[in-house]
Write a protein that binds this ligand. Structure first.
Ligand code: OSB
Ligand code: MG
Length: 354
């Protein structure tokens, strides 16, 4: 495929309700949709999901726009590619900036799947067409009970609750006990430290399937101590930004499970390497969310189709965050699952603003 046109389109929309975590409150979301047109006339799509400021990863939507426009797009323009893996090679001389790279790289994978007339999930070797959904409750503590009840009514079988050192574990325990058939995850977003380690152990009896990122990104030793001392599985999210980070987690016995975020990892090529490494070492996997729109979600759903990804990801319906998504049809959850499309590429039509 020869790359003929590359487009960037900014999408900015309000969330239906504010997303509150220990790190940041998100009320409005801005992303960049990347479109890549090949000589066959088809178009592949990617979505850059960096946030407005560096509260979650170092990149921002503004740094990504700069790197995309000034550095990455010129490297890709007019290139002839035989496989989407070649994009990672093309970008090799560019340090870091994985979220910017991922957005372009993902668009090229979509384009190749379309050229091969295959759904993206089949193009990448996925096997499952029904993806278990999962929702995130990121609200004030007094709202958690109601939000969990609503998620249960909507059919979700996996609910992730944001926690921090001042969250009351006994309150959470009574919520979790109400729904024996639902899997509950906890996400601490790195809010614990050595001084309140004991506080973390008080969440061990809540009934969580896993606790996500209790400590900071580079706290391998604290995480390994938590893995030893808690019966709840330890899952790393922010810590995992490369294949090397997964190897570090394995070597330091710092976790049982990883969250795959294709954007933070730099796209499909690096993510597929991570999946391979996790399979070899029997590390659990699931696919994380970035409060993103449908293009990114569609790529992530295709990822969740791969074998070895055993836990339900952050896959909520389009209408959980958005009045209107940028894809058609919207993503919807039926009986706790999302069905992957039989259509080629990401499987959805993209509707971009003028
Ligand atoms: O820590 O998993 C996280 C959203 C934005 C930034 C970080 C995280 C999240 C989520 C996922 O919790 C929310 C979603 O998109 O479903
Ligand atoms: Mg997380």
């Amino acid at each position: 495929i020869t790359i003929k046109e590359i487009g960037l389109k900014t999408v900015r929309r309000l969330l239906k309700t504010p997303f509150k975590s220990v790190l940041q409150q998100v009320d409005e979301r801005e992303v960049i949709v990347v479109s890549v047109k090949g000589d066959s006339g088809q178009t592949g799509y990617g979505e850059c999901v960096a946030f407005e400021t560096p509260w979650y990863t170092e990149e921002t939507i503004t740094s990504c726009r700069f790197v995309l426009e000034q550095v990455l797009l010129p490297l890709l323009a007019n290139q002839t590619l035989h496989h989407p893996k070649e994009v990672w090679e093309l970008f090799k001389a560019v340090k870091g900036n994985r979220m910017a790279k991922a957005a372009v790289e993902m668009a090229v994978w979509d384009l190749f799947a379309k050229q091969q007339q295959l759904p993206l999930w089949q193009f990448v070797g996925g096997t499952s067409q029904a993806i278990p959904a999962g929702i995130v409750v990121a609200a004030d503590p007094f709202q958690i009970g109601d939000k969990v009840a609503q998620a249960n009514t909507a059919g979700y079988k996996r609910i992730k609750i944001k926690i921090q050192p001042n969250t009351d574990p006994s309150m959470l325990k009574s919520v979790v006990n109400n729904y024996p058939e639902i899997l509950f995850f906890a996400d601490a977003n790195g809010s614990f430290d050595e001084d309140n380690f004991k506080r973390l152990t008080e969440f061990d009896d809540v009934g969580f399937t896993l606790i996500e990122q209790p400590f900071g990104e580079r706290e391998w030793i604290l995480h390994s101590r938590a893995k030893q001392q808690l019966k709840t599985q330890i899952c790393l999210d922010e810590s995992i930004a490369s294949v090397e980070d997964v190897q570090q987690m394995i070597d330091s016995k710092a976790g049982d499970i990883v969250v795959l975020k294709m954007s933070r990892l730099g796209g499909w090529t690096e993510t597929l390497k991570v999946v391979e490494l996790c399979r070899e070492h029997s590390i659990g996997m699931w696919v994380g969310g970035m409060i993103e729109f449908g293009v990114s979600k569609a790529h992530n759903l295709a990822l969740a189709s791969l074998t070895g990804i055993h836990y339900p990801g952050d896959f909520s319906a389009s209408n959980y965050f958005w009045e209107k998504d940028i894809i058609q049809p919207a993503i919807f959850v039926d009986n706790g699952e999302i069905q992957l499309s039989d259509r080629i590429g990401i499987g959805y039509t993209v509707n971009l603003p003028e």
